[in-house]
Design a protein around this ligand. Structure first.
Ligand SMILES: N[C@@H](CCC(=O)N[C@@H](CS)C(=O)NCC(=O)O)C(=O)O
Length: 215
């Protein structure tokens, strides 16, 4: 089927794909959605992005964007009605996303799958991850969002990973001394656009009707 929509390959539970979907939602862009199963990646996706990670955005002109940060930023560069790419804080926001991707994600994975990494205990992995949580807590003690009084790309870029960290053990997370971070996460978990980002779709198969996101 031909389409005039950009096409997003996505996986509901992937935090990188969540930030891409949030970027598209804040940009008020509609795309064709192809929900995938990581074990059975569609050949069509691998043909345009052989590294095989989601999210992948295929633009109608054939350009492929296969890094989640780039998808978020591309979407918001098209339209940014809520000002998530606020130029005054953009470099700082990008640096925080870098720290999330390059440092926090490492400890998050080990905290989540501590049994696969017996070099350290789960508590030690959690404590390493908490260095980043403390950075976020300090920012959120100053203002309701990471970069000030309104949401920016930093919030939507980092939130899915903090959510994943919290969900390893909710009781532990909510007992930690990060009240501002807990408040901020709760706000995002209930945010109408996050709820939209988490709507369930059936995995795509060749021949399926086109699925538009958001629907
Ligand atoms: N740097 C990439 C990372 C994306 C990524 O690692 N996604 C995971 C799912 S959360 C994935 O597709 N992994 C491939 C696999 O598990 O086969 C991005 O930011 O888009």
């Amino acid at each position: 089927m031909t389409t005039s929509l950009h096409r997003l390959y996505s996986f509901r539970r992937c935090p990188y794909a969540m930030r891409a979907r949030l970027g598209l939602l804040f940009a008020e862009l509609q795309v064709e959605l192809r929900e995938i199963v990581l074990k059975y990646k569609p050949a069509q996706m691998l043909a345009i992005s052989p590294k095989g990670t989601v999210p992948v955005l295929q633009l109608t002109d054939g350009v492929v964007i296969d890094e989640s940060r780039d998808i978020m930023i591309w979407a918001l560069e098209q339209q940014d009605p809520q000002g998530l790419l606020d130029a005054a804080v953009l470099d700082q926001a990008k640096a925080l996303i870098e720290q999330n991707d390059n440092e926090f994600k490492h400890w998050l994975d080990r905290y989540k799958y501590a049994d696969r990494h017996p070099e350290m205990t789960q508590v030690e992995y959690r404590q390493r991850g908490e260095d980043f949580l403390q950075v976020l807590e300090n920012l959120l003690a100053e203002s309701p969002f990471l970069m000030g009084n309104k949401a920016t790309v930093a919030d939507i870029g980092v939130m899915p990973f903090v959510r994943q960290f919290a969900h390893v053990d909710r009781d532990v997370f909510y007992s930690l001394p990060y009240p501002n971070l807990q408040r901020w996460l709760q706000l995002w978990l209930e945010h109408p656009l996050f709820l939209k980002a988490m709507v369930k779709y059936q995995p795509w198969q060749e021949g399926d009707e086109l699925v538009v996101f958001p629907s």
